[in-house]
Design a binder for this molecule. Structure first.
Ligand code: GAP
Length: 473
């Protein structure tokens, strides 16, 4: 097994045992490339989404949000180009029945990029190079290479009475934003430049999914379409593009807490741009299998709104209320997948530390805002009312909106380690002194040191102390 695979397996096992990510349908032996999120995973996911909303949407006056339906009129996908263009070239091994993405198969086997080649040329390359099946390691009996659309078609062929509708699970959230552009302008009196964000599920029939949460068939996206007036020069749109790129970097490093050295920009070559894009830059993360896409930023011009205008027959132009100028806005699209970001966040936070005395620990160094629990309350002993006092304190903290855990099993040392493993920034210990003077010890996850006056903090100060930690490590 490769080192990269080893590290991924280790993280997946760790994520399972600590309640972040479970194998999907585990008791039935699983379902390939599906994952379920456990209690800590749900908290981490929600915190990531909330951090995104706060950073990009709710703290800004020029942003609104929509929550569009996963099922959309199939003409949306004709207009967006997904019906015609959203496909990967695949081949099957007739012996093992394994299916592969042809470009990945060739690239991994002989290092050739086949972008732009026809299925016939791709078939020839596979046969000429006698490429083996990478799963079995044996010679394969390859089918002809052919294109397969990646949209999941439901087996319900129509909704309502339109016999011509094919119903798909949406492959991106972006189109749910474009079709609601006019609604948002009218109901919100939104003025360009402004953006619409959306968090929601998307589905893709990926041929070779894998690498834990990296490429899955059901995932969640956090997308923004930021509408601007048609730029007069390349410089004009490039400046907006650069601003969004910087904002993405700031979000990943300052809010999510990813180490800057683990992020890298990748400019898409002109000839490889998607049909809708004039410029695309990905932020790549340093996964165990190398730098690969974490998020994207695309200048989609007026492609989508113009297409929807043409296909729907509805006027999607915008009239500026001050200048009276009428135009179809252009758009910048910063996008990132929740699952991929969660995986990068976990990989980045995962730290193994050697301690004095030959001991060691695993610490998830999550940013405070992302940590599933902000504090754990630990009674020193179960007896003499300490356990009851600690439980009461956890409940009080929860009532103040602070996610608090309570743990009374095992030695204090073991309990600290358990909280370190799930990234809880603070541990408060309720001891005999607590019963006398209402103070607790407060230990920080990263320094393992106690803070406060003489190493103690008053219970009534805990809430405000912890809320002041928001947006820092
Ligand atoms: N609206 C543009 C769009 O969908 P994309 O690059 O295809 O662009 C955006 O997807 C983001 O969604 C990616 O940067 C990635 O984070 C996430 N994503 C895409 N496909 C994924 C998959 N199969 N599994 C997990 N995340 C995925």
């Amino acid at each position: 097994m490769s080192q990269a695979q080893d590290r991924l397996d280790k993280i997946a096992k760790f994520a399972n045992s600590t309640g972040f990510v479970y194998q999907g349908s585990g008791i039935y032996g699983g379902l390939a490339n599906t994952w379920d999120f456990g209690p800590k995973g749900v908290m981490l996911r929600n915190n990531i989404k909330e951090a995104w909303r706060r950073f990009f949407i709710t703290s800004r006056m020029d942003m609104v949000e929509v929550d569009a339906n996963i099922f959309m009129n199939s003409r949306v996908w004709e207009a967006s180009g997904h019906t015609g263009n959203f496909s990967d070239c695949m081949v099957d091994d007739k012996i093992s029945k394994h299916r592969f993405r042809a470009d990945h198969l060739i690239e991994d086997a002989i290092g050739i990029d086949v972008e732009g080649k026809s299925p016939e040329e791709i078939t020839q390359i596979i046969r000429d190079n006698k490429i083996k099946n990478p799963i079995t390691g044996q010679e394969a009996d390859w089918t002809e290479a052919r294109y397969m659309n990646m949209m999941f078609e439901t087996n319900r062929d129509k909704i309502g009475n339109d016999p011509n509708q094919k119903i798909y699970l949406r492959p991106e959230t972006a189109q749910g934003i474009f079709v609601n552009f006019k609604n948002a302008v009218q109901s919100e009196r939104a003025r360009v430049p402004f953006g619409i964000g959306q968090i929601g599920k998307a589905f893709r029939n990926e041929i070779t999914p894998g690498n834990f949460l990296y490429r899955i068939v059901e995932f969640e996206q956090m997308e923004i379409e930021y509408f601007i007036a048609p730029p007069k020069t390349d410089e004009e749109w490039n400046q907006v593009f650069e601003e969004w790129k910087d904002l993405q970097f700031e979000f990943f490093t300052q809010v999510i807490g990813i180490k800057p050295e683990n992020l890298k920009e990748k400019e898409h070559a002109q000839e490889k741009l998607s049909h809708y894009s004039k410029r695309t830059v990905d932020w790549e993360y340093n996964y165990p299998f190398g730098f690969n896409e974490l998020s994207g930023l695309a200048y989609r011009t007026d492609f989508d709104l113009s297409q929807h205008q043409e296909h729907s027959g509805k006027d999607l132009s915008y009239r500026d209320p001050v200048t009276n100028e009428v135009y179809v806005p252009h758009v910048m699209e910063p996008t990132v997948g929740v699952d991929r970001l969660l995986m990068a966040t976990m990989l980045d936070a995962y730290t193994e530390e050697e301690l004095d005395g030959g001991d060691s620990r695993v610490v998830m160094k999550f940013a405070y805002d992302l940590a599933p629990f902000k504090i754990a309350v630990l009674p020193l002993m179960k007896k003499d009312g300490l356990a009851e006092k600690a439980l009461e304190l956890s409940q009080d903290l929860r009532a103040q909106g602070i996610s608090a855990d309570y743990d009374m099993t095992g030695s204090i040392g073991k309990r600290y380690r358990r909280q370190d493993e799930v990234g809880t920034p603070w541990c408060a210990t309720v001891d005999y002194q607590t019963m006398e003077d209402g103070t607790v010890t407060l230990r920080h996850r990263d320094t393992m040191e106690q803070v406060g006056d003489g190493g103690r903090v008053k219970i009534e100060d805990l809430g405000s102390y912890l809320s002041s930690k928001s947006f820092q490590k």
